[in-house]
Write a protein that binds this ligand. Structure first.
Ligand SMILES: Nc1nc2c(ncn2[C@@H]2O[C@H](COP(=O)(O)O)[C@@H](O)[C@H]2O)c(=O)[nH]1
Length: 125
């Protein structure tokens, strides 16, 4: 929770599914197990309460992903990434998430891109 002021109104701001993107703030916007992450710098846009997305976000529920995809699909979609490829993490398959490039392009008024990271290892807790 953060104390912030917008239009001369003092607010307590909690961000769910969002990161703080105040002017100059550095943040991470992750994509999925297969698509890497973006390092971003906030632009301090008051119309979003100085916030941006905290990730690509889900395209479908975990249950739907488990019904639609197999461990073989997961292995194909995470080729080149050292990570779990078993049925226990199929709900986190890249196709279950929105396209990170589209998500980043949709918030160019909120953050600027500093770097695009492509993962080589992904560890699930
Ligand atoms: N780089 C990675 N990004 C991932 C992975 N799994 C999920 N995600 C993205 O992170 C956000 C936040 O995830 P949450 O589980 O804390 O809600 C999510 O929207 C995805 O876009 C991953 O393995 N690597």
């Amino acid at each position: 929770m953060a104390e912030e002021t917008y239009d001369d109104v003092e607010l307590l701001v909690t961000r769910k599914g969002a990161i703080r993107a105040g002017s100059g703030d550095l943040g991470i916007i992750p994509g999925s197990m297969g698509t890497g992450s973006y390092i971003v710098r906030g632009l301090g846009n008051a119309s979003s309460f100085q916030s941006a997305s905290h990730g690509a976000g889900r395209r479908m529920s975990r249950n739907k992903a488990k019904k639609l995809f197999t461990a073989e699909d997961l292995a194909a979609q995470t080729a080149g990434v050292e990570c779990r490829k078993d049925s226990g993490v199929v709900d986190e398959i890249p196709a279950a998430y929105k396209d990170i490039e589209t998500v980043i392009k949709a918030q160019t008024d909120l953050v600027e891109v500093v770097a695009h990271l492509k993962q080589v290892v992904c560890v699930k807790g």
